[in-house]
Design a protein around this ligand. Sequence first.
Ligand code: UDP
Ligand code: UDP
Length: 455
Amino acid sequence: MSKLIDTKPVIPHVAILTSSGMGHLQPSFRLAALLVNNNCRVTFVTTHPTVSLAESNSISSFLSAFPQIISKTLNLLPMDPTTTKMTDPFFLQWDAIRHSSHLLSPLLASSSPPLTALVTDVMIASTFVPATTDLTLPNYILFTSSAKMLSFLVCYPTILAAIESNKKSDHILSDATIHINDSLIIPTSCFPPPLFYPKQLFNTQFAANAKQMMRCDGILINSFEGLETESLEQLNGGNIINGLPPVIPIGPLSPCDFEQGPGLSWLDNQLDNSVVYVSFGSRTSMSREQILELGNGLLKSGTKFLWVVKDKKVDKDDNGGVEEVVGYEFIEKVKDKGLVVKTWVDQIGILSHRAVGGFVTHCGWNSVVEAALCGVPMLAWPQGSDQRINATVVESRGLGLWVKSWGWSWEEVVKAEEIGNKIRELMIDERFKIRTVHVKEEAMKADKNVGDLIN
Ligand code: UDP
Ligand code: UDP
């Protein structure tokens, strides 16, 4: 007798639980688009209110571009900001989202067709993964940084315990080296700086998220073989930590059509590979003093430039005109040498433009992957958070330069002369171009392994 086969079609239906900040939303949008293009239903949960205009604008554009996606809103419970010592509005928002995690299961319980999997952003994993166990669904975590950073994160509870048992003061030493194994050695100077204060919320959440990573069904990461071959192999080979769920590379995540901006005619008029693009992502602002030095450095580099200036961390507070920030005199000097803007730009559109030949970046992971996808060499200038760890990937893959002596954004002002010299070096060194073209080819070939989620 032939075996009975259940032929009832199961429509995969994945709920994506996002957090806050464009560096987290952008990969969530792109993952949702990838799933939709693979005949999967998607429910997309956003949180309300958002911190920045960039977030609310992009959520609206995303949902209009994908009417087939089911949108749900998690209305955040109000938080008392005085209960934490942190002032960063994005950190506070992640905390507010975590405190509203119990509202999620009721929001998703009646999904139709029934959900088949959940994908939770790493920032909210510590509370969202436990809060959704009653839904009895496979739960994947979307990790929005590098595989190198993931290696560090999953080892962090052990690192912290070792540091705690040895330390003689309240602070972690900033000049030590953490030896995880022979191919993963991380100087403490590369640690995300909030980790130096073990009792603060960032630190406790970081460790809690790390523990939660071990309990999920898989970790989706916006990286790929050709970019982080060794780290991915080590993670999946059990060399970093035993018992880690599968790390599934889904990068480089492709941009969606709705992200396209109006185009910049100024760029169209420039020669191939002649322009350096300068941007520090969606939530890094610079001191006025550093902005001044950077502007002069760009002029000294003798390279044409497209510079996105950011004066405030949150765009809603960033109301002044670009001239007020860089100075009228500077705008006078720039003339046809460059373009300075103070708006949201279509970064992928810029990086993929034939005229762009270099990228001065803070090394937010999305920016690094986008530059790799477009074959653009980078001058890594990490400003904070996971960016030094990401810069090690840029450096070790030969995708550009990293001047380690340039401190974190609050430590020192890097002088114009030095900035100009390094930009010149970036633009003329053929080795970076050769390496980035090679990695771009690898990026084009990379498999986006969403099979586990939708089968
Ligand atoms: N981005 C953009 N236009 C801007 C600023 C940022 O499209 O004017 C995008 C960028 O392409 C990337 C994301 O916002 O996808 C920023 O993420 P990243 O990890 O690079 O840095 P973060 O903003 O999280 O520090
Ligand atoms: N991270 C984490 N849990 C936390 C805080 C941070 O896992 O509670 C990791 C995560 O990989 C994140 C990185 O540390 O991408 C850097 O954190 P940051 O606060 O700078 O946020 P991001 O730059 O990713 O927006």
